[in-house]
Design a binder for this molecule. Structure first.
Ligand SMILES: *Cc1c(COP(=O)(O)O)cnc(C)c1O
Length: 730
C-alpha cells in the first residue's frame, strides 16, 4: 500500500527538507486529498501544531473527511486523538508523546509512555494508533527531530508495538533527501514489531523512498511506503508506486479486481487487471481491465460511454486482489442488469429520495456523496431534521408562529391534570389508553379498536410512515409515496428517517390540490386537510376519490386533519373510515384543543391499521402517552361545546383579519385553519418576517422554493391580531 503525505503549515501544503527548509508549497489541499484518496491512505500532518506554533484545525477538519486519512501533528493527549477521529480521521499518528514521561525519556524500560498508549488504545482502539518512530543513526529523535532521546530504535519499537496498530518509521538522515532508505534497518524493524498474536503491527516507511526500485524492496520487506517529497517533485507517481506494491508474483501477473459501487456498497462485477490496466485505471480515472478473451487492455464502457468512474483502488491484505470503488453511470452487466450479481434482470431505477439532490447517500444523480461524520451511521448523518417554529426566550413576543391556540384549555382539563399529579405517578400508565380511546371512539362514532393514541400526532405520523410505507432497497426500486410539494414539512423528514422513497406532487399554481394528480400507481400517500401551510381545504368528494383510488390499488391513504376543527363542518374524512380499510385519519389535541404542551394526538382507522401502529409503537416505546396526558386528554375529549366555542371565535377573528389585510397590500389565501398564508405585494417574505419580528410579532417564514415570499400567521386572540394588523398595514 502507498500512503501519500500532506504536511500542512500556515494553511498551505508544504514539503520541508530535513524538517527545516521549505522546498515546496501549494494551497490546493482539498483537490490533493481527493486525488490521493484514489491510491490509498493519506497522512495529514499539522506541522504548526507539531511544533507548538498554533494549528491548522479548520483546514484539517475540511480535509479529513475527503479520504481515508491518518492525522497527526501535536497529538499530546487522548482527547487530542479522539478529536481527530471525530473529525473523520481513520487513524491517529502520535510522536513524542508516545515516548516522553514527565518530560523525560527512558523513564520506564525502553521509554515508552505506556500509560498514554494504553489509554489511547482504550479510547480509539489499538488499530487506529500509529506511532511515529523517527530515528537518526539508530536513535529515536522527537520534536521535529530537534530533540535526541537516547532511546534505541529497535528495542523501543518492540516495546511500542503491542499498543500500536502501526509504526511509521522515518529515517531522518534520508527524509526529504531522496537518497534511498536503509533496507537493513527496515528488515530489523519488521522483525521487531512482529506480534506473537494477531493482529500484527503494520509498518510504514516514510522518508527517503524515492525510486520504484526502493518501493519494490520496501514492499518485499512487508512494509508500506509513505510518499512525500518524491511525489511532489514528480520523481515517482502514486500510480506507479501502487502498481509496484502489489504481489504480482503470487497472482501470475493478472490480479482479480472486485468492483463496488461507491454510493451504496453493492458489488457490481469482477474482472482482471495486469500492470498496464492498473496504470491506465489511474491515468484515465475510469476502471480499465485486461480482457482475457481478447487479450487486450479494455476500458469498461469505452464504446458505450457507460464508464466506471474511479473513486479509489485498494489492495487486499496480502496484495493479490484489488477493490475498485467506483461510480457507475449505468448497468454494468452485459444482460443490462445493474450488477452482474443481480437476481433481477432489470436496470436499477433512479432512486427517489426526499433529501436535496446531492445529499442523498443513495442518490445516483447527486454527485457529492457526503461521508458519515464521526460516530454517526450513514442514515443519521444524512438526516435533515424538521425545524420547529421558535419558542423564544429573549423577550415577550406575540407568538403567531406555531399555530398554538391563544385561548386556554377548559378548567376541567386543568383539574384533571391536578388530580393525575398524585402518588400514582410511580406506576406506568395504561399502555393501551383504554379509557381515552373509549371516549374518542364515542365522540367520533367508531369503536375503540379503531383508535390509536400517541405522543402528539407527530409521533402517530412517524409510526404510520414506519407501519404502512415500504422502505429500504427493494422499495427504492419500486414506486414512491406521494405527498404535496407544499405541505407539512415533517413528511419528507419521516420518509428519510425510515428510508421510504417518496415523491412530491406539485400543488396547482393557485395552491389547490388536484385530486387527479394522485390517481396513479404509488406506494401510499399522505396530505393534510386543510393543507398546511396554505390553509386550503380539499372538498370531501375529492378526498373520497383519492381514498377510493388508493383502496383499488391496495395502498394506504393518510389524511392529516390537524386543522379540521377550523374548517367548514362536514369536511372530515372520519366517516369514511368505516367504508375504507386503507384510510387513516390523524388528529391532534395541539391546535383546536389548546393542548400543544400536553403532546397528545390520535389516529382513526380500520382495526388492522390500528394494530399496525401498535406493532410499531411496541417496538419503540410501549408507554408514549403518560398518565397526566391520558387524564387531561380524556377530560378534553368530553368538552365538545367549549372547544366548538373556541373554534368559532378563532374563525371569526380569522375572517376579520383576512378582510383587513386584503386592501392593504396583502394577498391572502382563503383559510380553513387557525392560520393564514399571506404574501405582501412589494415586500419579500424575509423582509416582511423581519419587520414583524422587530415589532415583537413572531410569524413563520419558510425559506423554500415557491413559498419564500409567503408568511404563515397563526390566528391569535383579537388583541394580538389587532397589534399584528397595526404593523402589517404600514
Ligand atoms: C401541528 C401539526 C401536526 C403535529 O401536531 P402535534 O400533535 O403537536 O405533534 C401534524 N400535522 C400538521 C399538518 C400540523 O400542522
Amino acid at each position: 500500500m502507498v500512503v501519500a503525505s500532506i504536511d500542512i503549515q500556515g494553511g498551505k501544503v508544504v514539503q520541508l527538507k530535513q524538517g527545516a527548509d521549505l522546498v515546496l508549497q501549494r494551497d490546493d489541499v482539498e483537490a490533493l486529498a481527493r486525488e490521493f484518496d484514489k491510491y490509498g491512505e493519506i497522512a495529514v500532518i499539522d506541522l504548526d501544531a507539531a511544533m507548538g506554533k498554533g494549528d491548522n484545525a479548520a483546514l484539517i477538519r475540511t480535509v479529513l473527511p475527503l479520504g481515508e486519512c491518518r492525522a497527526g501533528g501535536g497529538v499530546r493527549t487522548v482527547d487530542d486523538a479522539a478529536r481527530l477521529i471525530d473529525w473523520g480521521a481513520k487513524k491517529v499518528i502520535v510522536g513524542s508523546t508516545a515516548f516522553r514521561v514527565d518530560g523525560k525519556f527512558g523513564a520506564n524500560g525502553f521509554g515508552t509512555n505506556l500509560a498514554f498508549l494504553e489509554a489511547l488504545a482504550r479510547r480509539i482502539g489499538r488499530e487506529r494508533v500509529v506511532v511515529a518512530v523517527d530515528a537518526r543513526e539508530g536513535e529515536i529523535v522527537v520534536d521535529g527531530w530537534k530533540t535526541r532521546t537516547g532511546l534505541p530504535l529497535i528495542e523501543t519499537a518492540r516495546a511500542v508495538a503491542p499498543l500500536a496498530g502501526e509504526l511509521l518509521f522515518t529515517s531522518v538522515e534520508n527524509e526529504g533527501m531522496m537518497s534511498g532508505t536503509d533496507i537493513e534497518a527496515l528488515r530489523a524493524l519488521k522483525e521487531a514489531v512482529k506480534q506473537e498474536r494477531d493482529p500484527t503491527t503494520l509498518l510504514t516507511v516514510a522518508g527517503g523512498v524515492s525510486t520504484i526500485e526502493e518501493i519494490r524492496m520496501v514492499a518485499e520487506a512487508g512494509a508500506d511506503v509513505q510518499l512525500g517529497m518524491a511525489l511532489y517533485t514528480g520523481k515517482v507517481s502514486l500510480g506507479e508506486a501502487f502498481g509496484e506494491s502489489l504481489n504480482w508474483k503470487k497472482c501470475g501477473g493478472m490480479i482479480p479486481v472486485i468492483i463496488q459501487e461507491a454510493r451504496d456498497g453493492q458489488v457490481l462485477m469482477t474482472g482482471y487487471a495486469d500492470r498496464e490496466a492498473v496504470r491506465e485505471t489511474f491515468v484515465r480515472g475510469n476502471v480499465c481491465l485486461h480482457s482475457r478473451t481478447r487479450d487486450v487492455l479494455w476500458m469498461k464502457g469505452a464504446n458505450s460511454g457507460q464508464t466506471l468512474r474511479l473513486r479509489r483502488l485498494r489492495a487486499d491484505c496480502d496484495r493479490d486482489a484489488l477493490l475498485a470503488v467506483v461510480e457507475a453511470s449505468a448497468g454494468v452487466c452485459h444482460t443490462g442488469a445493474w450488477s452482474c450479481f443481480a437476481t433481477d434482470q432489470g436496470l436499477r431505477k433512479e432512486i427517489a429520495c426526499s433529501l436535496p439532490k446531492g445529499d442523498c447517500p443513495r442518490s445516483f444523480s447527486g454527485d457529492s456523496w457526503k461521508p458519515p461524520r464521526g460516530y454517526l451511521n450513514i442514515r443519521a448523518a444524512s438526516l435533515t431534521p424538521y425545524v420547529p417554529g421558535e419558542q423564544p426566550r429573549d423577550r415577550a413576543y406575540i407568538k403567531l408562529n406555531t399555530n398554538e391556540n391563544p385561548y386556554p384549555p377548559p378548567p376541567s382539563v386543568i383539574e384533571a391534570v391536578r388530580n393525575a399529579a398524585s402518588e400514582t405517578l410511580r406506576l406506568y400508565p395504561d399502555p393501551a389508553c383504554t379509557e381515552l380511546r373509549g371516549a374518542i371512539a364515542a365522540r367520533y362514532g367508531v369503536e375503540p379498536e379503531n383508535v390509536f393514541v400517541g405522543n402528539g400526532s407527530d409521533e402517530v405520523l412517524a409510526f404510520a410512515f414506519a407501519a404502512f410505507f415500504e422502505s429500504g432497497r427493494a422499495a427504492h426500486e419500486g414506486l414512491p409515496v406521494l405527498f404535496p410539494d407544499v405541505s407539512y414539512s415533517f413528511y419528507p423528514v419521516y420518509a428519510a428517517l425510515w428510508d421510504v422513497p417518496c415523491e412530491t406532487v406539485p400543488l396547482r399554481d393557485d395552491w389547490t390540490l388536484d385530486a387527479t394528480d394522485y390517481l396513479r400507481e404509488n406506494a401510499g400517500l399522505i396530505f393534510p386537510n386543510p393543507n398546511a401551510p396554505t390553509g386550503l381545504a380539499l372538498a370531501k368528494i375529492a378526498v373520497a376519490r383519492i381514498v377510493e383510488h388508493q383502496h383499488r390499488i391496495g395502498k394506504t391513504a393518510i389524511i392529516d386533519e390537524a386543522y379540521i376543527d377550523f374548517a367548514a363542518p362536514g369536511l372530515s374524512a372520519v366517516d369514511l373510515v368505516k367504508a375504507y380499510p386503507n384510510l387513516l385519519v390523524v388528529r391532534t389535541l395541539s391546535k383546536s384543543a389548546s393542548l400543544a404542551g400536553l403532546r397528545v394526538g390520535f389516529a382513526l382507522g380500520d382495526k388492522a391499521l390500528i394494530d399496525g401502529l401498535c406493532r410499531v409503537r411496541d417496538s419503540f416505546n410501549s408507554y408514549p402517552v403518560d398518565r397526566i396526558a391520558q387524564a387531561a386528554a380524556l377530560a378534553a375529549v368530553r368538552e365538545t361545546a367549549y372547544y366548538d366555542g373556541l373554534a368559532r371565535r378563532i374563525i371569526q377573528t380569522r375572517e376579520r383579519v383576512c378582510a383587513a389585510l386584503a386592501p392593504n397590500g396583502w394577498t391572502v389565501l382563503p383559510s380553513s385553519a387557525n392560520f393564514i398564508f399571506i404574501k405582501h405585494k412589494t415586500r419579500s417574505g424575509k423582509e416582511a418576517f423581519q419587520r414583524l419580528r422587530e415589532n415583537g410579532i413572531l410569524v413563520r417564514h419558510f425559506d423554500r422554493p415557491r413559498i419564500a415570499d409567503y408568511l404563515r400567521v397563526t390566528i391569535g386572540s383579537d388583541e394580538e391580531m389587532d397589534r399584528f394588523l397595526e404593523v402589517a398595514r404600514t
